[in-house]
Design a protein. Structure first.
Length: 175
């Protein structure tokens, strides 16, 4: 290997204090840039929601889903829906639309902790965990409940509300 006199001379001219000073400066710049980068990924809305949760488990970056307008979201524009919920929800609608002529919607899915308390939801509600939705359709009644429950079971739901528990909807979650 050939090394030019220029390169040898340059490496010999480095002194330890110069290297340490450069390293400390680089660390400061990186640390500063890193914290600024993380903050810029979170909207004010997301940071406000994250403060209602355990911040270690629920950082603001977690709240990226758009939320179905409904009770309990406290006008937040983003929320959190688990992967199991989203695929289960899609399977329920797929089944309902292929088997029955119904037009349905979800009255409430994710709720922030404060919004959930405001609407009288149970603490630790599956809605706060982003695993639940309240499904309904035009003319919701006990017969419609039976259709939704079959769809929910086929979609691998964790739990759903019993017939007659709610008159306006069936709660289905993928806990
Ligand atoms: Zn519910």
């Amino acid at each position: 290997m050939h090394m030019s006199p220029y390169n040898v001379g340059t490496s010999r001219n480095w002194n330890h204090w110069g290297v340490i000073t450069l390293a400390v400066c680089a660390l400061l710049v990186l640390t500063h840039c890193d914290s600024g980068f993380v903050n810029s990924q979170c909207t004010e809305d997301q940071e406000a929601i994250a403060k209602e949760y355990d911040s270690a488990e629920w950082p603001c970056e977690k709240f990226v889903d758009s939320v179905t307008p409904g009770d309990g979201t406290d006008n937040h524009s983003t929320g959190y829906l688990s992967g199991a919920y989203k695929s289960g929800r899609d399977a329920v609608w797929s089944y309902m639309s292929s088997e029955f002529d119904v037009s349905g919607w979800i009255g409430s899915d994710w709720r922030c902790p404060e919004g959930n308390t405001r609407v009288g939801g149970a603490s630790g509600s599956q809605h706060v965990q982003g695993t639940a939705g309240d499904f309904t359709a035009d003319g919701f009644d006990e017969t419609m409940w039976e259709k939704f429950e079959k769809a929910a079971i086929d979609a691998g739901r964790g739990w759903n509300s019993a017939k007659g528990r709610y008159t306006s909807h069936i709660h289905i979650d993928w806990r």
